[in-house]
Design a protein around this ligand. Structure first.
Ligand code: E4P
Length: 218
């Protein structure tokens, strides 16, 4: 399973990449706004940190506007993946950009039928938002199960399931058990994955016993 980082914070991406935990990056207009930086600059910097796909989202809502923005974003770096919303214009843009050889991430997916449409439009990734479904008392993980099953039924569909709006480690573990291809995780969730109280307690005990020996390895 691939791990993408869901942030536009360059320092966080760099430190996680150095630990080998970044297979790609996803951003959205809200994350770019939070960074307080110019979008083209921040996307270029992120693309230099990772060789994996870096999703950069269009903000136009009409086909011509999305296409022009998508082409502009794609020109920033060879690993830019253009992100479009799951609307009719977004799917049309997805088809056009995919035919040009540009990878496309179709975002804001909340139903299996939407995911099927995105795959038929040639999406490289479909981004179902599990956390936002949980927020409205709907089981986000059922959506992942449905999409994975549907895509498996039609091996000609090459779209990868990119689990988005991940809020905690359980979302990640359940997505992996279901066979989702990718999860995009906020840096805080990636760091939560590392933690286990028995790991911390075990390490403290080992170090305390080691100190008693008076030895040093080097
Ligand atoms: C990723 O592509 C999405 O934009 C992101 O995961 C949304 O997460 P949120 O629901 O926590 O804003």
């Amino acid at each position: 399973m691939k791990f993408f980082v869901d942030t536009a914070d360059v320092a966080d991406i760099r430190s996680l990449a150095e630990a080998g935990l970044v297979d790609g990056v996803t951003t959205n207009p809200s994350l770019i706004a939070k960074s307080g930086r110019k979008m083209a600059e921040v996307i270029a910097e992120i693309c230099a940190i990772t060789e994996g796909p870096v999703s950069a989202e269009v903000t136009a809502t009409d086909f011509q506007g999305m296409l022009a923005e998508g082409r502009f974003l794609r020109n920033i770096a060879s690993n830019v993946c253009v992100k479009v919303p799951l609307t009719e214009a977004g799917l049309r843009t997805c088809r056009a950009l995919s035919q040009e050889g540009t990878p496309v991430n179709v975002t804001l997916c909340f139903s299996p039928a939407q995911a099927l449409l995105a795959a038929k439009a040639g999406a490289t990734f479909i981004s179902p938002f599990v956390g936002r479904l949980d927020d409205i008392s709907t089981d986000g993980m059922s959506l992942i199960a449905d999409i994975v099953q549907i895509y498996r039924n039609y091996p000609n569909l090459k779209t990868e399931v990119l689990v988005a709006s991940v809020r905690h480690p359980i979302h990640l573990v359940q997505s992996a058990k279901l066979g989702a291809h990718v999860a995009t995780l906020p840096p805080s969730v990636i760091r939560q994955l590392l933690k286990h109280p028995l790991t911390e307690a075990g390490l403290s005990a080992f170090l305390a016993d080691w100190a008693k020996t008076g030895q040093s390895i080097l």
